[in-house]
Design a protein around this ligand. Structure first.
Ligand code: ADP
Ligand code: ZN
Length: 730
């Protein structure tokens, strides 16, 4: 860092904190000075809060009233690159900068005192002057051989003050080291093993390696059906990244996938890499945060929040299953990790690989337009092919009430059981039944806080709101009419489907995979492993199973309700259903056994169902693109959602109506505003939500206009406004 990046004691610095303030705060640099980007602790009113030295102070206050930075935290300063990323991400998503900073400072224990992080071991130099105290320190170290002491432990064991130990460190008689939890991750060997790639795999790998060697930004869409070797190919890009001495990040949409993935990393590179997601311990996360910044972690496998890690030199970001909706953060800062990956890479000169069997329409369109390079892996590795897809027309199935498995599907399952193969019954509905209705008065049990029905969960023995997580016991009497024993479950959830499957196949081993049946990510991983090894005949699952798990014995996929995603007015419904059905079907017949997928549907002639059955992706994308272009919606137009929420519905609605009236800023860029209307979820946790939708042409400066427009709103204490750029549903 040059001199202009360092502030001497007393210099004015502008600090960004994670507090919801709309500006930087001026402080004086502390004793010893501080770097630009330094993580610091500053006084704010009566409190101490962490922050980052963001810029030179402006000094437009009375200097004598400006307080000093309390201390500089013992972590590497934030790099200019990261500052720029946070600023641009904040601008793009219209998220306040402090909320963005919070994402980048999620390292647990950022403020631990430095001494807690060092350990002490015997050194190899004899001190020039041996005192009694020094001797005691050295013998304590000898006595406990391999153990490492913290400063406090060692000085207590030897009965000396810490300064004695420090004196020995200076002389080299005692070694001071970062504590083991702060040790670098094992080196990954890029040349350890490598499969012999097929021709189109090696063409793709070479293209990606070439990009990495260029040292410049670029994005590539890597498309290929499940099992075509996308992972194999992008691991070659990761290897090239290591050869260039740069770091790599692989984002996965689902932490349940990470165990399987880590095993592949180990197989390919000889050791495990760093992991970053909610299932990783705090200690490990802190180590990762630190090592990423020092170059002691070459590869991070993580969830979307790993994008905000302080990489020293990031050369590659892989977004696996890039179409997955869980990349969109829907709480707090609303961002799409796929888009943020592209932004981050463009700032630090990295390559992005978007891997998917069923790309999002956004990425497909960007590839068509030449903004992204496009690589295609055409066949599955080995001999296996995509399963045969067939519709089961439910209109003729004539099922008794409360039964959802058609005779034809049941017959296919029976064949699999007889052959010792597995079947997957897919239903994207958690719980026992989606609706509980009173047979006397028709009342449906809803959540007290949300505009959502409560879902019965027999396993948890409760009603659960899937919107806010609120639970309550199943009432004995109808809350509306007081009728006794009249409440009945309506429709199937996976738990109810399990009942039906167990009745149909009493001797089969039935396993249900649904996120709420497992207490921990580890328990879920364990169950997935058991199933993969043949520990079940029938697997019943929600969309949890659609994502990349490898079940070698699975040869049949039965989709219980292929129409489920097509209901409602969501313009992305077709895209999602198409992707989900393709993903789920891809679970069948991976390992040299041909697979079959049966889709139960009441509308076999629906264009989306027909496209799925025909397996004609290009045709589907073209048709879908045409519809969106016609409607002027993403990716052929730009949109922003504005959610106004308040405990008082009228207040939220009035604020929305006022904004909608004062739309001059929007009209200036030719944008239109729709609404206010009840938001897709009209009430969450007791807050009423209304939504405005802004629609603009593709090249419009949407963010600036929206920012100026919403600035007009006087936000009361109860009123909250959230901007959602590129909303998932519109
Ligand atoms: P995808 O990521 O597209 O689903 P994978 O990379 O996981 O595909 O490949 C599917 C399976 O085939 C994996 O078990 C992988 O190890 C194996 N595989 C893919 N390509 C090769 C290859 N060239 N040689 C040997 N095995 C391969
Ligand atoms: Zn609720």
């Amino acid at each position: 860092m040059g001199r202009q990046d360092f502030f001497d004691e007393g210099d004015l610095v502008a600090v960004l904190t994670t507090q919801p303030l709309d500006r930087l705060l001026d402080y004086k640099a502390p004793e010893g000075g501080c770097h630009l980007g330094a993580f610091v602790e500053v006084p704010l009113g009566p409190r101490k809060v962490p922050g980052v030295v963001w810029a030179r102070g402006r000094g437009d206050f009375d200097r004598s009233k400006i307080r000093s930075v309390i201390r500089v935290l013992d972590v590497a300063p934030m790099r200019a690159e990261m500052q720029m990323f946070l600023e641009r991400a904040a601008d793009y998503t219209l998220t306040p900068l402090p909320a963005m900073l919070r994402l980048a400072t999620r390292a647990p224990g950022l403020g631990d005192p430095p001494s807690m992080r060092k350990v002490y071991r015997p050194g190899d130099v004899t001190p020039d002057r041996m005192t009694d105290a020094r001797r005691r320190v050295l013998s304590a170290l000898q006595e406990y051989g391999g153990l490492s002491f913290t400063l406090k432990e060692l000085s207590e064991a030897a009965g000396v003050t810490p300064s004695v130990v420090k004196g020995l460190v200076k002389q080299g008689a005692v070694r001071e080291e970062d504590s083991p939890r702060d040790l670098p991750f094992p080196l990954l060997d890029e040349d350890r093993t490598s499969k012999t790639l097929t021709e189109d795999q090696s063409t793709a790998a070479e293209h990606l390696r070439h990009g990495i060697r260029s040292g410049a930004y670029g994005t590539t869409l890597l498309r290929g059906i499940t099992g075509s070797g996308k992972t194999e190919v992008y691991l070659e890009a990761v290897a090239e990244c290591f050869r260039q001495r740069r770091q790599a990040l692989v984002l996965l949409p689902e932490i349940a996938l990470s165990a399987e993935f880590m095993a592949r990393v180990e197989e390919r590179f000889g050791a495990k890499s760093a992991e970053w997601h909610s299932g990783v311990t705090m200690t490990e996360r802190r180590r990762t945060w630190k090592m990423v910044g020092q170059g002691g972690a070459q590869l991070v496998v993580g969830a979307r929040s790993a994008l905000f890690l302080p990489f020293l030199d990031l050369g590659l970001i892989v977004v696996d299953e890039e179409h997955d909706t869980s990349y969109k953060q829907e709480d707090g800062a609303l961002y799409n990790a796929r888009d943020m990956a592209v932004l981050r890479a463009s700032i630090c000169g990295a390559q992005v690989v978007l891997a998917s069997a069923t790309p999002s329409l956004e990425s497909w369109a960007n590839a068509q337009a030449g903004k992204y390079a496009k690589l295609e892996l055409t066949s599955r590795f080995g001999e296996s092919v995509l399963p045969e897809m067939r519709a089961i027309d439910m209109r003729g199935a004539d099922l008794p009430s409360n039964r959802w498995i058609s005779p034809r599907l049941a017959g296919a399952v029976r064949e699999r059981i007889e052959r010792g193969e597995q079947s997957l019954l897919f239903l994207n509905r958690r719980g026992y039944a989606p609706v509980t209705i009173c047979r006397a008065c028709g009342h449906q049990i809803g959540c007290d806080h949300c505009d959502a029905r409560m879902v019965e969960h027999r396993f948890l023995k409760r009603l659960v709101c899937h919107q806010c997580g609120e639970t309550k016991p199943m009432p004995d009497v109808c809350p509306a009419c007081g009728g006794e024993d009249r409440l009945a479950p309506v429709g199937p959830g996976v738990e109810r489907l399990q009942e039906e499957a167990s009745e149909l196949f009493p001797d089969a081993r039935v396993a249900t995979l649904s996120s709420d049946l497992f207490g921990s990510a580890r328990a879920l991983k364990e169950r997935i492993r058991e199933i993969a090894e043949g520990g079940a005949d029938i697997v019943i699952g929600t969309q949890l199973v659609a994502k990349g798990h490898n079940f070698p014995l699975l040869t049949l996929v039965g989709v219980i309700d292929a129409d489920l995603g097509l209901q409602g007015s969501d313009l992305r419904a077709a895209e999602r259903t198409f992707q989900l059905m393709r993903q789920v079907s891809g679970r069948a017949g991976r390992a040299d056994r041909p697979g079959e997928a049966l889709l139960q549907t009441y509308q076999p002639e629906h264009p989306v169902i027909r496209a799925i059955l025909a397996g004609d992706e290009e045709a589907f994308w073209r048709a879908e693109a045409e519809e969106r272009r016609h409607a002027g919606v993403p990716p052929y137009g730009r949109m922003a959602g504005i959610i106004l929420s308040s405990p008082d519905m009228q207040e939220a609605f009035d604020a929305g109506a006022e904004l909608a009236r004062n739309d001059a800023h929007l009209r200036r860029i030719g944008a239109q505003v729709f609404g206010p209307a009840p938001a897709p979820v009209a009430r969450i946790r007791g807050r009423h939500r209304v939504r405005l939708l802004v629609k603009a042409a593709k090249g419009a400066a949407l963010q600036q206009a929206v920012a100026a427009w919403i600035a007009q709103l006087k936000q009361g204490p109860n009123l909250r406004l959230t901007v959602d750029i590129d909303p998932q549903s519109f």
